[in-house]
Design a protein around this ligand. Structure first.
Ligand SMILES: *Cc1c(COP(=O)(O)O)cnc(C)c1O
Length: 399
């Protein structure tokens, strides 16, 4: 069938693909350890589920206002004030079907042919695809492990051209776990203000942070940068609500209104009772968050230590999120039974077939020397999976 040109450039999400392949192997009876997951392995806190069930019982099962119910917007406004020292009014807030949907709407409302969007690499897989779908050009700017996988203001400024419309920042980062401190954010903000570049600030991992400093939203630095920033956040990662499909953005009211128009002609409102659960997530007890974070931190400490002990592997210590991003390229060029491993895709394939472990190849995040492992799985599986990785690496021979 002849498809639109626009989709010929779009790749399916590699992370979802790996997860599906591991699931298919499991269905065949092969026990695969999956490090692919992009979602917390905890259950949604009980009080949030109750709030949604209550909403269902009360008959809140109909269309809602397109951009979200007022009481949820108010809960979001209160959250942004409380956690991020950001002040917004209702016209500056939109609720969509997940942070991913929010980002898609932003791309559709802001970008078009002839524009460039700067994306620091390693990046979340969907950013370049969303920019491409909107007709604009993603401009990937490499950051290195030595730089802590952070974009410097200098590199940012050098990447700016007459066509640059926006910078997409994600901190803590998927896939590296790196996050920005105040000084670096201030330097980046200065450059953005000087050149009038918008910042799309994806902060979905803000609550999963192991540093002794708190998450800082770039929008909170001053009024000028706030005007240029669209803050993106959601419920999936902080509250383990990936299946609920609920996320939000805060920013310029013309942009929010355009996003709402797009939404009104595509998905309409996010699911009614999910929104009621969302209110309770933000306004209710936050006690589950530190529990999940402490568990993630314990796993991070273990997995980073183990990976760094493996010969030829080095692993950056992530400040947040639930991924590690080890460098394994010292094994490129080695072989197993005559098959040479040349890149992160080959390594992923090898681990899956021979080691029965699923990881995500770094190339999909714009960094082919690396792999991404999620530690949103049990300690027992992490241990066993790392054993398998270590054994698989040991089996590789020179040439
Ligand atoms: C998971 C994730 C999202 C999307 O989250 P949803 O709210 O479930 O759509 C957005 N950005 C990054 C970096 C993510 O890892």
């Amino acid at each position: 069938m002849k498809l639109a040109k626009r989709v010929s450039n779009v790749k399916p999400s590699a992370t979802l693909e790996i997860t599906a392949r591991a699931a298919a192997m499991r269905a065949e009876g092969i026990d695969v350890i999956g490090f692919g997951a992009g979602e917390p392995d905890f259950d949604t806190p009980e009080h949030i589920k109750k709030a949604a069930i209550e909403a269902l019982k009360k008959g809140y099962t109909k269309y809602t206002p397109v951009s979200g119910i007022t009481s949820l917007k108010d809960a979001i406004i209160a959250k942004l004030q409380r956690d991020n020292r950001l002040t917004y009014n209702r016209e500056e807030i939109i609720v969509s079907c997940g942070a991913k949907h929010v980002l898609y709407n932003i791309a559709q409302a802001m970008f078009e042919e002839g524009m460039e969007v700067i994306i620091p690499a390693p990046y979340w897989v969907s950013y370049p695809e969303m920019v491409t779908l909107a007709g604009a050009a993603p401009v990937s700017v490499d950051t290195t492990e030595e730089e802590g996988f952070l974009l410097s203001a200098d590199k940012f400024e050098k990447a700016i051209t007459r066509r640059t419309r926006a910078l997409i920042l994600n901190y803590p980062s998927n896939p590296t776990g790196a996050t920005y401190d105040l000084d670096t954010l201030e330097d980046i903000a200065k450059v953005a203000v000087k050149h009038n570049i918008y910042i799309i600030s994806d902060e979905v991992y803000e609550k999963i942070l192991y540093t002794d400093f708190h998450h800082i939203s770039i929008a909170s630095l001053d009024e000028k940068i706030k005007e240029l920033t669209i803050v993106v956040n959601g419920f999936s990662k902080a509250y383990s609500m990936t299946g609920w499909r609920l996320g939000y953005a805060a920013g310029n009211k013309e942009l929010i209104s355009a996003m709402s128009n797009i939404q009104s002609q595509s998905t309409s409102n996010p699911t009614s009772f999910a929104q009621y659960g969302g209110i309770d997530a933000l306004n209710g007890s936050q006690d589950e968050i530190p529990k999940m974070r402490d568990e993630f931190k314990m796993r991070r400490d273990y997995i980073v230590r183990r990976l760094n002990m493996m010969k030829g592997v080095s692993c950056f210590n992530p400040a947040g999120a639930f991924y590690v991003f080890p460098k394994i390229s010292s094994y490129y060029g080695k072989s197993f039974k005559g098959h040479q491993i040349k890149n992160s895709l080959d390594m992923t394939e090898y681990f899956l077939r021979e080691g029965r472990v699923a990881v995500v190849p770094g190339v999909t995040f714009g960094a082919d020397d690396y792999l991404r492992l999620s530690y949103a799985i049990s300690m027992k599986n992490i241990e066993e999976g790392l054993n398998r990785i270590e054994e698989s690496l040991d089996k590789l021979s020179n040439g």
